[in-house]
Design a binder for this molecule. Structure first.
Ligand SMILES: Nc1nc2c(ncn2[C@@H]2O[C@H](COP(=O)(O)OP(=O)(O)O)[C@@H](O)[C@H]2O)c(=O)[nH]1
Ligand SMILES: [Mg+2]
Length: 634
């Protein structure tokens, strides 16, 4: 199912909140102060069930100029805008400012509601509609449908729902294949559950149990619970408004503006390179070093803008490359759109697109810097491959990239090399490459999984590989898994042994009771020698359950005190050494040894002697020649 967010826009008191209530039955003014003042101050949300059964999330924003900062936080992640204009007042200053913001953020899919129809006559309305149409001309909403409604008497509400439905069906689905990312717009604490953050999931899919990170604070956390439109869910997809209950973080450590993301997907930064386009009608040109406010995601960051081209100021309507240097840390990604506002008095002057979220400090007037940014804007092979890798969270075989990217093999190889040099990608064994952020996320999951396993089964030497593959997520097939395991082994994070893996620093640690039990088990084996006992026999003698005996035998084998011959059959090392010596002595005298000879030497039976010799054949100590065996190694 497609997930779409509808956001309101428009001047204060034009009836946005009342219209959302008429559409959904929800009063989005949830704050006491909002209800007392009859005015939206902060973001509110609701769910709209459309005639075709789909449910769209709604974000209701404040229209008042003083709360424009909150409007900007709310408009993030909006797919369809519902611009509300009161028919009795027509276009007002924030109608225009919000339209500017929609243009700067490239929100093109919208519907205009001419509301409060019950207050005006038809002639007046026709004139207002003309006004509105003129205002929309040249904006991304130039062709948006205009619907006449009244929230008071309900006229036009059903028609508006149908128009919204078709806008929702036209909305482009957000990218669920990218690492998840949620700009946080609200943080609160639910007693007994801990911190909850809300926001619009702008990319990816989030699951209960996922490891996550809060950036720029870089707090590691885990998704404890998820709610979508007030209902508990196990997962949520890009384009949903979600409430996320987080484990292991204090709500006081988080605030609006931070982002919740897949581990490693975002890094804290104070600087970005970007394109900026100024609105046509601005009071003053934008000067180099001007102190400004930048709004992206749900954040507002103060900082200075450096003009990178050979100029000291920019006029209205012009487009330039800039470096923004923030006064605080923040999290953003390439491709994020932002709005620029002057420091004081606050007014919206322009906006742009982030081209590099973690650049070096550039010298101004350097044509090479400007050329590099222009190339980034066009989309270099590295950028294209980078984006492709982000969509393959378990990595990709390098030779599959040319067809997926449209670049030649040589260009792809160059781009991969460059990404590896910049630590944005890592080459795995088997000619695979993986995005650095994806590798960080998988490595964290691997570590968590193994740590959990070792805690749960402290006596087992390692986790079966297949079990670990399943624990890492559905998406990891055998082709993706083997190179990762080899990579982790090569980097010293884990050790592979047979069909199991363990953390490199994990050791089976026995307590005193277990140590003494292991010693007693060893004595039982040493005493019986070649006549190896069954597990049941050992259990009877040492008075311990089979689970414990089996686990300790594995530990003993790990430590080199036992050798496993078959399921449930072991020799202790002393017995093996003794048998080897007997065989060596016998062979020294007779040249070979037979089953019967070993049976007599050990005063045992044929079955035991045969089992021992077959074991020695297997470990290539002896080799069979007819009825005889010779020694082949030490
Ligand atoms: N007569 C009439 N009044 C309306 C209508 N819609 C909203 N209002 C009133 O307009 C005022 C502002 O509405 P509100 O929804 O808070 O506007 P917002 O600031 O855009 O959210 C309130 O007093 C509403 O009762 C309508 O369709 N008809
Ligand atoms: Mg309102």
């Amino acid at each position: 199912m497609k997930h779409v967010i509808i956001g309101t826009a428009g001047h204060v008191d034009h009836g946005k909140t009342t219209l959302i209530q008429a559409l959904t039955g929800t009063n989005t003014d949830r704050l006491k102060e909002e209800q007392e003042r009859g005015m939206t101050i902060d973001l509110g949300c609701a769910a709209l069930r459309l005639p075709d059964g789909t449910v769209a999330g709604i974000v209701d924003v404040p229209g008042h100029e003083r709360f424009l900062k909150n409007m900007l936080a709310g408009i993030t992640g909006v797919d369809v805008v519902l611009l509300v204009v009161a028919a009795d007042e027509s276009v007002m200053p924030q109608t225009i400012e919000h339209l500017d913001i929609l243009r700067l953020l490239d929100v093109k899919n919208g519907v205009v509601a001419l509301t409060k129809m019950d207050l005006v006559d038809k002639e007046w309305t026709d004139a207002v509609e003309e006004d509105v149409r003129a205002q929309l001309a040249g904006s991304p909403l130039a062709d948006a449908p205009i619907i006449r409604v009244s929230a008071t008497n309900g006229k036009g509400i059903d028609a508006l729902k149908r128009i919204l439905m078709s806008a929702v069906s036209r909305a482009e689905a957000r990218d669920a294949s990218l690492p998840f990312r949620l700009p946080i717009d609200r943080v609160f604490v639910r007693p007994g559950f801990g911190a909850v953050v809300t926001g619009t999931l702008v990319a990816g899919v989030i699951h209960v149990g996922d490891a996550a990170e809060i950036v720029p604070q870089q707090l590691a956390t885990r998704v404890r619970g998820l709610q979508l439109h007030g209902k508990k869910v196990d997962e949520a997809e890009a384009g949903s408004r979600v409430a996320v209950n987080l484990a292991g973080v204090e709500h006081a450590e988080i605030a609006r503006g931070a982002q919740l993301s897949a581990p490693g997907a975002l890094s804290p930064t104070t600087t970005f390179d970007a394109t900026v386009r100024l609105l046509k009608d601005i009071a003053r040109p934008l000067k180099d070093r001007a102190r400004i406010r930048v709004h992206f995601g749900t954040a507002e960051i103060l900082g200075r803008v450096r003009l990178l081209e050979d100029r000291d100021e920019v006029q209205g309507g012009e487009k330039v490359y800039v470096q923004f240097r923030g006064e605080t840390e923040f999290a953003c990604a390439r491709g994020d759109r932002f709005v620029l506002r002057t420091y004081s008095p606050m007014s919206t002057i322009g906006g742009g697109v982030i081209l590099d979220p973690a650049p070096q400090r550039h010298a101004r007037r350097d044509p090479a810097v400007v050329e590099a940014l222009a190339a980034r804007e066009r989309g270099t092979p590295e950028d294209v491959v980078d984006t492709l890798l982000l969509r393959c969270p378990t990595g990709i075989v390098i030779r599959e990239i040319p067809t997926k990217s449209g670049f030649t093999t040589a260009i792809v190889e160059g781009a991969v090399r460059e990404l590896v040099n910049q630590n944005r990608a890592t080459i795995l064994p088997h000619d695979r490459v993986i995005h650095a952020s994806a590798l960080v996320a998988l490595t964290m999951r691997q570590k968590d999984t193994l740590t959990h396993y070792h805690t749960q089964f402290p006596l087992r030497p390692g986790m079966p590989k297949e079990e670990m593959r399943a624990a890492l997520g559905r998406a990891i097939d055998a082709r993706a898994f083997a190179p990762l395991v080899s990579y982790w082994q090569e980097t010293g994070a884990i050790v592979q042994e047979g069909a199991t893996v363990r953390l490199a620093d994990f050791r089976v640690d026995l307590n005193e009771r277990q140590e003494s039990l292991l010693k007693r088990i060893e004595e039982v084996y040493a005493e019986l020698g070649i006549a190896t006992p069954t597990i049941e026999e050992v259990c009877r003698v040492v008075k311990a359950p089979p689970d414990a005996v089996n686990a300790l035998l594995k530990v003993g084998t790990e430590r080199g005190r036992f050798a496993r011959v078959a399921d449930g059959v072991y020799y202790d090392t002393a017995t093996l050494d003794h048998l080897k010596q007997l065989i060596r002595d016998h062979v020294a005298e007779h040249g070979t040894i037979t089953v019967a000879a070993l049976r007599d030497l050990t005063q045992s039976n044929r079955k035991n002697a045969l089992q021992a010799l077959e074991y020695f054949d297997r470990i290539r100590f002896t080799r069979r020649q007819g009825d005889d065996r010779i020694i082949v190694e030490g």
